[in-house]
Design a protein around this ligand. Structure first.
Ligand SMILES: C[S@@+](CC[C@H](N)C(=O)[O-])C[C@H]1O[C@@H](n2cnc3c(N)ncnc32)[C@H](O)[C@@H]1O
Length: 262
């Protein structure tokens, strides 16, 4: 399942419309997140699921901080290294092939962990949360922007959807706070940035004509999103009605959360 998700983001389907910043809000929201969380040039930062390194390179330049980026995609990481060289920040940023659920860093190695539109993708969110808390220093902060749900999905909908994309893997605010609370990350801030989700869907509509066409294209790289659905007959097309239910039931939005390791 992880491989499927990673391959989907390696494709240019999102990138065509989003300019390599593969999350709602783009670098404007990255900048806002960094300022809100208080990242400075003295901060040692980890960007989990860094993708093509767009935010990591930006933060290295904007905050002048030292930053490590990890991702499961070799292809994206090699683009990230090329980007760092091109932007003249290679001395500030390093990229590693690694899984969020098994971070290759010592305990208490970082002042900040940041994550953009990635945590929701994890199949084992409690393993991910445990690792994030482990590598943060006491008093360190976890700043993340991600999908959230207004309402949990019904068990019936859960049984119909392969829960492996950011919409379907998102949690409610309460569930995120409970999950991170269990590993000693105390919520300091929750902000609703759902307007950035509307911006991204407008961009995708502009590029592809409709969201359905986008999902079909995206799904080509994610077989599990496109097969075995109740009404699809093995193609992506039938996802339309299922996606409508996902949106109607869960009312997904996009949020910024900042948590402190206590
Ligand atoms: C939506 S993209 C976001 C990339 C980047 N954070 C950004 O905003 O531009 C999701 C990224 O998560 C990575 N990913 C998914 N599961 C992962 C895991 N378990 N460990 C590390 N990276 C993962 C994918 O390879 C992909 O690059």
């Amino acid at each position: 399942m992880k491989e499927t998700v990673v391959q989907a983001y390696e494709s240019d389907t999102f990138n065509r419309a989003l300019d390599e910043s593969l999350h709602p809000g783009g670098l404007d929201l990255t900048e806002y997140m960094a300022c809100t969380a208080g990242i400075t040039e003295d901060s040692v930062v980890l960007d989990i699921a860094t993708g093509r390194g767009t935010s990591a390179c930006f933060l290295a330049g904007f905050c002048n901080c030292c930053i490590e980026g990890i991702d499961l995609s070799r292809a994206s990481l090699s683009q990230a290294r090329a980007k760092a060289a091109c932007q003249g920040v290679s001395h500030k940023v390093r990229f590693h092939l690694a899984d969020i659920e098994e971070l290759p860093f010592k305990d208490a190695a970082f002042d900040y962990v940041v994550s953009e539109c990635s945590f929701s993708l994890l199949p084992d969110k409690s393993a991910g949360a445990t690792e994030i808390a482990r590598v943060l220093k006491p008093g360190g902060k976890f700043a993340f922007t991600d999908m959230f749900l207004e309402h949990r999905f019904s068990d019936e909908l859960k049984s119909l959807v392969p829960f492996d994309c950011c919409f379907t893997g998102a949690q409610t605010r309460d569930d995120y706070e409970a999950l991170f609370g269990l590993v000693g990350l105390k919520s300091q801030l929750f902000e609703d940035h759902s307007f950035s989700l509307r911006e991204i869907t407008d961009k995708l509509r502009g590029e592809y004509g409709s969201l359905q066409v986008f999902w079909n294209q995206f799904g080509k790289g994610t077989a599990s999103l496109c097969t075995g659905t109740p009404d699809a007959g093995g193609s992506c097309e039938g996802y339309g009605s299922l996606w409508k239910r996902v949106f109607a039931e869960g009312k997904p939005g996009y949020c910024l959360m900042v948590m402190e390791k206590v």
